[in-house]
Design a binder for this molecule. Sequence first.
Ligand code: AKB
Length: 325
Amino acid sequence: MSTHREMKRILVTGACGQIGSELTLALREKYGGENVVAAGHRTPPGPALRDSGPFEFVDVTKRDELEAVVRRYNIDTVYHMAAVLSAAGEKNPHLAWDVNINGLYNVLEVAREHNMVRVFVPSSIAVFGPETPRDPAPQETVLRPTTMYGLTKVTGELLGNYYVRRFGLDVRGIRYPGIISSETLPGGGTTDYAVEIFYEAIQHKRYTCFVREDTVLPMMYMPDCIRATLMLMEADFARLKHHTDFNLAGLSFSAGELAAEIKKHIPEFVCEYQPDFRQQIADSWPRTVDDSAAREEWGWSPQYDLPTMVADMLEKLRRKLVAQD
Ligand code: AKB
């Protein structure tokens, strides 16, 4: 495995997105702002991201744009966070295929040609489908997703593993659950309700949730998500039996349990439920995942549970929304 180069010139694609924006800041903190290039196809959402290091406009489906940035900054590591998520992917499956498959192929090919040290390619609980055991979804199990996003994520896992075996490129990835965060809003996912509910609870004391009250999905708070991502990328390659497809558990709760926990802090809060097309996607995903491979191979263990996550989210969001007023 090509570990001869020191890992320090990093490119984050999808850096303006929900995970990419916080991951970029965490990487800049760790490796120095000038060593972490943020790439996106829209203007950075805030001064923190804009002013803490380089930013480049990159459309990952355009290989020449990607390659130009890799050359300019002598990139040796990529966190490839650009993707079209599940709900947006059902509205525009062709775009989801183009970004998630052709974009990934470009990243892997450029990484291979430039002898990169390591590439992070996120996967998702969306790789599972209705035939997967739901409680928990095992690490090794049937992967027959029913969404275009899920299908592209299964392909991404297989393609990443192929590059590990065939070309010796060190590709790593996690099957992210729904991520809950206070900085950048998620866009186009099925699990977005678990973030929207906080904004609406604080600002309007009401929320109409687009999945049923009894819908349980695997979720994770952003600090755990960032910690897991950095942990996997720093893990000893020799200890990894898996590469691109680690199940990762944080918390699992129903939409109703989340609303009830928020109500403990905001007693006037009322949550209603009006399931839409995203209910069917949620119903095709597991309720919990078995993450024993991540625990054994790189020491994963989450820190947040439902009460601590909700308390921290409300505190951070209140501060942010007051500052924006
Ligand atoms: C989505 O809902 O599409 C994403 C995911 C679980 O990958 N948050």
